[in-house]
Design a protein around this ligand. Structure first.
Ligand SMILES: [Zn+2]
Length: 367
């Protein structure tokens, strides 16, 4: 079956095939088995080719069972998987699989992320230029990390700040925080900031939800209680209709600092918002709103390709993990890799500014 290139490496291609295979399984158990195997391949730090032993078999990889191993060897030896292609043809789900395959452009495997971070020929931000992460979720909404966990994990990663951006009350499905809860959270943040003064600063943020008309689901006086507002789309992410006006309205909304995961795409599952992104980026530059590169491996939103266009439009950038646990803070590296591949100048990345400059910019946008 002919397929356009996704820009992914062998790890990405094999993981994608395993996800296709998972999608057509009849039993839940085997579906999860192949999904787990796909995730394991996508998370490998080295190219899968380096796992081949001299006798042609594969070194043991956690979460990869015998049937996934057979598929992997098949792809490594022949460049494709007749086993999976046959199963897809016989499943009656070929059109659906084909649709999923169109939703993988410009995603990076973990091995590609690490290669981009190591590649000295790329300009753009290095890990050590990155001072803090500006989108993450805590136990106050749908995250598993406490505020204290975030501080400790941030310090361990060499950061000087992080923004807690739990979901706004409009997004009930993600445990959105009420204004009363936010006030309580802010008291906790003040206490932690006092404790870690001079070492680490936790910023009071929110991930506000973008409505159909582009406005956000919080009132101006509510936004004013926050130091940082990420506005992100969580609806109409499968619609092919043009949503340029919606996104332009969002970046023009007073109090918004960052346009978070601008497309709202999900790997192999949904395309996200369709818009004239050059227009959106130009509007963001005019409004002095930063465009996010969300590093969640299943999002990678925007990717290096769109980032290049945002650079041309003069945008500022925020590179964030969108972590829901401390282990996921590592996702910031995916965002940094996209910025390097997209040629984003370090000075245009608000996470790479010293804390004072960042605070000044945040206050200016609020004022
Ligand atoms: Zn979100």
């Amino acid at each position: 079956m002919a397929r356009r290139s996704s820009g992914m490496d062998m790890n990405g291609n094999i993981a994608a095939l395993l996800r296709d295979f998972a999608a057509i399984q009849k039993s839940k158990q085997s579906m999860w088995g192949y999904k787990r195997a796909a995730a394991a391949i996508l998370a490998l730090e080295e190219p899968i080719e380096s796992f081949i032993k001299p006798d042609g078999t594969l070194r043991k990889i956690p979460n990869i069972g015998p049937s996934s191993t057979r598929v992997i060897l098949e792809v490594l030896q022949t460049g494709s998987s007749p086993t999976i292609e046959r199963a897809i043809s016989g499943s009656g789900q070929a059109p659906d699989i084909e649709r999923r395959r169109d939703l993988r452009d410009h995603f990076l495997s973990r091995a590609q992320v690490l290669a981009a971070l190591r590649n000295v020929t790329l300009e753009g931000p290095r890990l050590e230029d990155y001072h803090g992460d500006l989108q993450m979720h805590s136990t106050w909404s749908d995250g598993s990390q406490t505020l204290e966990d975030i501080v400790q994990a941030g310090i361990a990663r060499g950061y000087t700040f992080c923004a807690v951006t739990d979901h706004s009350y409009g997004l009930k499905i993600a445990g959105g925080v009420s204004m009363a809860e936010l006030a309580q959270q802010h008291r906790d943040i003040d206490r932690l900031n006092k404790k870690h003064r001079g070492t680490f600063r936790l910023l009071k943020g929110i991930e506000a939800n973008i409505r159909a008309d582009g406005s956000v689901d919080m009132e101006p006086d509510e936004l004013a209680t926050l130091e940082l507002v990420v506005a992100a789309p969580h609806s109409a992410l499968r619609s092919a209709a043009d949503q340029t006006v919606r996104m332009v309205n969002t970046v023009k909304t007073h109090g918004v600092h960052i346009l978070g995961h601008p497309r709202g795409r999900k790997l192999g599952s949904r395309p996200g918002v369709s818009a004239d992104w050059d227009q959106v980026f130009t509007a963001a530059t005019r409004a002095n709103v930063a465009i996010e590169i969300d590093g969640d491996p299943s999002r990678q939103d925007i990717d290096y390709d769109l980032a290049r266009r945002a650079v041309a439009a003069g945008c500022l950038f925020a590179l964030d993990s969108d972590a829901h646990s401390t282990a996921e803070l590592q996702y910031a590296e995916t965002a940094i890799a996209h910025a390097r591949l997209g040629g984003v100048p370090t000075d245009r990345i608000i996470n790479c500014w010293p804390l004072d400059r960042l605070l000044e910019w945040l206050a200016e946008r609020r004022g």
